[in-house]
Design a binder for this molecule. Structure first.
Ligand SMILES: [Zn+2]
Ligand SMILES: [Zn+2]
Length: 168
């Protein structure tokens, strides 16, 4: 008994075997089958061309805009952080200078009161004069030192961690 075509209700004898799906087919159904495969392949070819041109003209504009916006905000925030750091360090330096100069201002006040007292009550001998003189000399020495010696300040450049913004 000859092999029949596998298509439902087809009573013709099988004349060919499709190499892709190993079906026994009559000639008419073989050509239909062949056309159907060719048709599907043509459809896939067109779909692939479409997706190719889609990639060629891919619109990444929205992502770029979002990224730029986030980066701009990051930059503004970073500037603010640097500004606050700058202000804090300036205040710290002012306090440091005040602490260096403050003691001497107290000494000067005390010596001024002492001199005024001596003048007012006309009291005080050579020993007091020498004491005040040596104090003034010491203050002058201190002032000269503050003027001539640079303050021990270390300023390092800002290092930016590359991992702060990770693109991936
Ligand atoms: Zn087939
Ligand atoms: Zn058939």
């Amino acid at each position: 008994m000859p092999e029949l075509c596998v298509i439902d209700q087809c009573r013709r004898t099988s004349r060919a075997v499709c190499k892709c799906c190993h079906q026994d087919l009559c000639l008419e159904h073989f050509w239909q089958h062949n056309d159907s495969i060719r048709c599907q392949l043509n459809t896939l070819k067109k779909e692939l061309n479409d997706v190719e041109s889609r990639f060629k003209f891919l619109d990444t504009g929205k992502s770029v805009t979002t990224f730029r916006r986030q980066m701009k905000q990051w930059r503004i925030d970073s500037y603010t952080t640097v500004d606050h750091f700058y202000d804090r360090k300036c205040q710290e330096f002012n306090r440091y200078i005040q602490a260096k100069v403050g003691d001497s201002n107290n000494d000067i006040d005390r010596l001024q009161r002492r001199i005024n007292d001596f003048i007012d009550i006309e009291y005080g001998g050579q020993r007091d004069i020498d004491f005040i003189k040596s104090n003034i000399n010491a203050l002058n020495g201190k002032a000269a030192k503050l003027e001539q010696t640079p303050f021990p300040i270390t300023i390092s450049p800002l290092k930016i961690d590359e991992n702060l913004i990770q693109i991936n």
